[in-house]
Design a binder for this molecule. Structure first.
Ligand code: GLN
Length: 187
């Protein structure tokens, strides 16, 4: 088992630390040739979706990653990574991998609630700490999308087949629940 972590921008190192903690090997995806090795899943970290989208195109990795996901490779997007997976963004004209049928709202909590932490239930795993940083939330989900978490009546974690997305950053806590959930999608 080996997970590739997109490492062109944003909070990628923190994902590696959590994967290390649960004994899962990982490597950084920085350039196209990094995608030539054999691996089992991809993490799209938090950061700035517009910057990551631009760099993915400039580094010529966009199409390769999109086809891996479209062909069933497991993917986990956190925060900006969730935006990269949405098939609609209500307040942005960009669209990226469009792998999941939901509408994301960028920077959805406004200025005052820009960053916050809360404990809430994730899937059937009980309560976990959730860290939100200029986070999106999900406004609409299609029928094939399973809702895994809501906070203040807003959807903040979803799954659709091989794709998992959270508006919060589990990698900025030391709770391994969501990473374990992701790995269980692959096994
Ligand atoms: N606001 C960022 C975006 O729209 C996401 C923030 C984050 O990943 N922490 O891409």
């Amino acid at each position: 088992m080996k997970i590739g972590i997109l490492a062109v921008q944003g909070a990628f190192e923190e994902h590696k630390k959590l994967l290390d903690k649960i004994g899962v090997a990982s490597f950084e995806i920085r350039k196209k040739s990094d995608l030539e090795q054999k691996f089992d899943g991809i993490i799209l970290p938090g950061g700035e979706s517009t910057v990551m989208g631009k760099l993915l195109r400039e580094l010529d990795m966009f199409d390769t990653i999109k086809s891996l996901i479209d062909n069933g490779m497991a993917v986990f997007g956190t925060c900006a990574g969730l935006i990269l997976l949405a098939n609609k963004i209500c307040n942005d004209t960009n669209i990226y991998f469009a792998s999941m049928d939901f509408t994301a709202k960028r920077n959805a909590y406004g200025r005052q609630l820009g960053s916050f932490e809360i404990n809430s239930t994730f899937a059937d795993c009980g309560e976990i700490p959730m860290v939100f940083i200029r986070a999106p939330y999900i406004e609409r989900v299609g029928d094939k999308v399973e809702i895994l978490a809501t906070v203040n009546n807003k959807i903040v974690a979803v799954r659709q087949k091989n794709c998992l997305a959270t508006a919060f950053h589990p990698e900025l806590t030391d709770d391994t629940t969501v990473h374990k959930y992701f790995i269980s999608m692959i096994k």
